[in-house]
Design a protein. Structure first.
Length: 116
């Protein structure tokens, strides 16, 4: 009887921890979804491209969220450097995933339009 109760409790704990997501992961998913929608308004993406782009964006946002809290205020230069490294890695992964031509088209679609 003790084994059954223990097994049920362990099973519940595992399922709860598997279902739970961190706050930063949820935020990264929201931001990644917005990024996909933004690109989608500029160029047409297939469902497969959307999924790949979503994962790349989510990874980029998670990497940025992993930077130590307060780094932006305490050491702005290091924060900028880490942010640039993260962006460069994202761009490299994007070009590797989609190829040079399609990757550049997607990158251009993510850039903000300058007002004249």
């Amino acid at each position: 009887m003790k084994r059954i109760v223990l097994t049920v409790i362990v099973g519940l704990l595992i399922s709860l921890s598997a279902m739970a997501q961190s706050k930063s992961e949820k935020n990264a998913e929201k931001k990644a979804q917005k990024a996909v929608e933004k690109v989608q308004t500029a160029i047409e993406l297939t469902e497969e491209e959307k999924a790949k782009y979503f994962e790349l964006q989510k990874t980029q946002f998670l990497n940025r969220a992993e930077l130590p809290k307060g780094l932006k205020e305490s050491d702005p230069d290091t924060f900028k450097e880490k942010t640039r490294e993260n962006r460069k890695q994202f761009e490299k992964n994007l070009l590797e995933t989609f190829g040079d031509k399609r990757g550049k088209a997607i990158l251009n679609a993510t850039k903000k339009k300058k007002k004249k």
